[in-house]
Design a protein. Structure first.
Length: 273
């Protein structure tokens, strides 16, 4: 029996791995990658069947690098998963808060814990991700360095938790997208994601968005990203409710694409609870 390979960015203990297990269960083979783009490349090269990437945090907003990759690579969103994020400060056994001089974590980990960190004069050093930061602290084996990561990462890498739940928002949640090579849809799919750009003229975006109101379609989110080769023009990433097999949705998508310079259907999938 062939085991499904699913890629994520980071190392064991990453929140992305938690999202992966939450969505697929523990019967798949998690495959670690160094960067978000490495996950997309592995999917493109067929070395994994699915990829899991974080796309949005409830405290700090969009993870813009991932939005850009969705437009760059020929992949589709086939599902989503939400993970409650609790950050902890951790060091090697025997270390104390008073020992700490440098703290390693992903920039989002620092941003989500900024209220706690403002009380200390530590040097904050951005690193690949939270779990990788925990692994680094374990390998360095120095009392003066610490990491911000999950409790699971502390357990995996044998670190001692110096401060619990240091994130400012205790409802802190990250949304992850599940990526596949093929566009899939069934009757349970109730969320659609697209990316588009419009002509650089007055009313252009309105002519696209009016199709939501005219067809009574509920828009869930809109996010803008710059078009790299054209200053002051933007890609718009839009999430909305619907199933692409519905006639109204099909017609709306067709009309929207005609009003755009660039239009890409990113996926139709089941919204996570």
């Amino acid at each position: 029996m062939t085991v499904l390979k699913v890629g994520f960015q980071g190392v064991k203990g990453a929140y992305s791995e938690e999202a992966l297990i939450q969505f697929f269960g523990d019967t798949v083979e998690p495959v670690t990658h160094k960067t978000f783009e490495d996950v997309c490349k592995a999917l493109e090269d067929d070395t994994i069947t699915y990829g899991v990437l974080p796309i949005e945090n409830s405290s700090t907003g969009a993870i813009t690098d991932v939005y850009d990759l969705l437009n760059k690579y020929d992949c589709y969103i086939v599902g989503e998963s939400r993970v409650k994020v609790n950050h902890h400060l951790m060091g090697i056994p025997g270390s104390t808060i008073e020992d700490i001089k440098d703290v390693y974590s992903h920039p989002q980990g620092f941003e989500q814990s900024k209220d706690y960190l403002s009380g200390y004069n530590w040097k904050l050093i951005p690193y690949y991700n939270t779990a990788k930061s925990a692994e680094y602290v374990m390998n360095q084996n120095k009392k003066q360095i610490a990491a911000i990561a999950s409790k699971k990462a502390a357990q995996i890498y044998g670190l001692h938790i110096l401060a619990n739940q240091i994130n400012s928002n205790h409802q802190n949640t990250t949304r992850f997208v599940i990526l596949g090579k093929n566009l899939t849809s069934d009757n349970t799919c109730n969320k659609i994601s697209v990316v588009l750009s419009t002509p650089h003229k007055a009313g252009a975006l309105y002519h696209v968005l009016k199709h939501f109101a005219e067809n009574d379609i509920n828009m869930l989110k809109i996010e803008s990203r710059p078009v790299g080769h054209t200053p002051w023009e933007y890609y718009f990433y839009i999430d909305f409710e619907g199933n692409m097999n519905d006639t109204i949705i099909k017609d709306a998508l067709a009309h929207m694409s005609k009003d755009c310079h660039h239009f890409k259907l990113l996926g139709n999938y089941k919204k996570s609870n």
